[in-house]
Design a protein around this ligand. Sequence first.
Ligand SMILES: C[S@@+](CC[C@H](N)C(=O)[O-])C[C@H]1O[C@@H](n2cnc3c(N)ncnc32)[C@H](O)[C@@H]1O
Length: 351
Amino acid sequence: MTPLEVLISELIATDGPMRLDHYMGLCLGHPQHGYYVTRDPLGREGDFVTAPEVSQVFGELIGIWAAGAFVAMGEPARVNLVELGPGRGTLMADMLRTIGRVSPALAAAAVMHLVETSPVLRTRQRQAVGPGASWHMTLKEVPQGPMILVANEFFDAIPIRQIERRRGLWHERVIGLEQGRLARGLSGPVLGPEGRDGDVLELAPARDVIASQIGQRLSRHAGAALIIDYGHLTSAPGDTLQAMRRHGFADVTERPGECDLTSHVDFQALGRALTEGGADILRPMTQRDFLLAMGLEQRFQRLELRADLMVTSTLRRQMARLADENQMGNLFKVLAATSPGMPCPYPFGQT
Ligand SMILES: C[S@@+](CC[C@H](N)C(=O)[O-])C[C@H]1O[C@@H](n2cnc3c(N)ncnc32)[C@H](O)[C@@H]1O
C-alpha cells in the first residue's frame, strides 16, 4: 500500500465511501503524498509528455498568439501574463522568448503570474523562466487587471465527479473499501438529468469555478484566455477518467499518489462557465487547426533549414506528434475567451 492509500483507507473507514472528486483531489494534491506535490511527472522518464515538451514550436506559436491578443486588447501599459499549471515552465519560457522578438511592447508590459500548487514544479519553473515571476496557489491570488491567460493540460487535472444511471436512477460513483483494499462503488440515488440506464455523466464543479473566475476577470478588464486540453467539444455521457503511470494505463484505485489521474475536458461545459462569468467565447478548434493557422509548418520548415538529416527526422516526428489527426492534433481542442466585444485574436473567428 502507498502511504496515501493507508490514509485514504482510514478516512473511508471513518467517514464512509468518498466521492471521486474528493479522492482525485487527495491523490493529486495531498500536501504530503499528492502526485504533483512529490514529483515532476513530465517527460520521457516520467509518466507523460505534454505538447510544450514535444517541441519549442508549440510555445513559440502561443507567444505569437499572445502578441495578437495584446493588440486586440488595445495594448495596455501593464498586462498580467498568467499561466495555470505551468509544469516545467517550458511553455512560458518559449512564449517569453518569442514575445521578446515579435512584440517588444508586450514584453515591456507583461507581468508574469504562475498558478502552481506543486513545490517541485515551482522549482523547475523558476529555473525555466527566471525569478521575475510571482507564484500563486490559485487564480484568485493573482492581482486584478488586464490579462492574457494560458492553460495547457491544466483542466484535465482538476477533479471530477461521475454519476451513473441504474434502473432509472442516478448514483454517485464513489471509492470504498472491499476486503481492506480500495474499490469502486455506487452511492444511494442522487439527482441528475434525463438519461438512459448505463449512462455515466461527468460533472466538474471545480473546473466550472475556475472557468467562471476567468470569465469574471475578462468581464472586468481587457483580456484573453487560451485553454488547450484533450476533450470533446460537445457534452455527452461517457467515462473518461484515467490513471497513467510510466506512459501506461493503470486502475484508478491503483497506487494512489503515484499515478496521474485525469479526465477529458468537456469544452461545452467549460465555455458555459466562462460565459456565465461574463466573457465572450470564440468557436473552439482542434489543436491541429490552431497550430496550422498559427504557422506550424512554416516554423518547422525554418528549423529544418539549419538541420542535418537526423535532426530533420526528429523535427518531422515532433510536428506530426503535435498536429497529426491520429496523434495530438484532433484529440486536443483550443478554446479562446475574450473580454466582451473585444476583436477576436487570430485565428479565432475566421471563416
Ligand atoms: C499535466 S501538467 C501540465 C503542465 C504544463 N502545462 C505542460 O503543458 O507541460 C498539470 C499542471 O497543473 C498543475 N496543477 C494540477 N492541479 C493544480 C491546481 N489545482 N492548481 C494549480 N496547479 C495545478 C500541476 O502541478 C502541473 O504543473
